[in-house]
Write a new protein. Structure first.
Length: 115
C-alpha cells in the first residue's frame, strides 16, 4: 500500500522497490527508462529521475551510460533488509500500540490473516 502523504518521488520509489521485492526485477535486470516509467505512472520524468537517484545513492542500482539502469547485485536482499528495518522502526510501533489498545493479540491477528 502506498502512503499518499509521502512526496511523489518517494511513492515512485516505493513502486519500484515493491517491484524488485516481488521479483518483477531481479538483481542484474534492467529497470524501465525514466521516460517509460514516467509515462506508465503518469509522473513527471524529473520526479522519476529523483526516485531513481535515491536507489543510486543507496547503491541499489548500477547506471551504465547509454544502456540503462540495472538492479545491483545483492540489491534485493539489501532492499528487503532496509524495508524490514523501516517497518519495525516506523510502522510496527503504532500498530502494536493500537492492537494493545483494542485488545487484539498476535494469535487472533494471524488467524485473521490466514482466513
Amino acid at each position: 500500500m502506498l502512503d499518499q502523504s509521502k512526496p511523489v518521488y518517494q511513492r515512485l520509489r516505493d513502486v519500484i522497490a515493491n517491484a524488485i521485492l516481488d521479483g518483477q526485477f531481479r538483481d542484474g535486470d534492467i529497470l524501465p527508462s525514466v521516460r517509460s516509467l514516467a509515462a506508465e505512472q503518469g509522473a513527471n520524468p524529473l520526479t522519476v529521475a529523483k526516485a531513481y537517484q535515491t536507489f543510486q545513492d543507496e547503491g541499489l542500482v548500477i547506471v551504465k551510460r547509454g544502456v540503462g539502469m540495472f538492479v545491483a547485485p545483492g540489491a534485493t536482499d539489501r532492499l528487503r533488509s532496509l524495508m524490514r528495518e523501516d517497518f519495525l522502526t516506523n510502522v510496527w510501533p503504532p500498530v502494536a500500540e493500537q492492537m494493545r489498545r483494542i485488545g487484539l493479540d498476535a494469535r487472533t491477528l494471524l488467524d485473521i490473516a490466514d482466513a
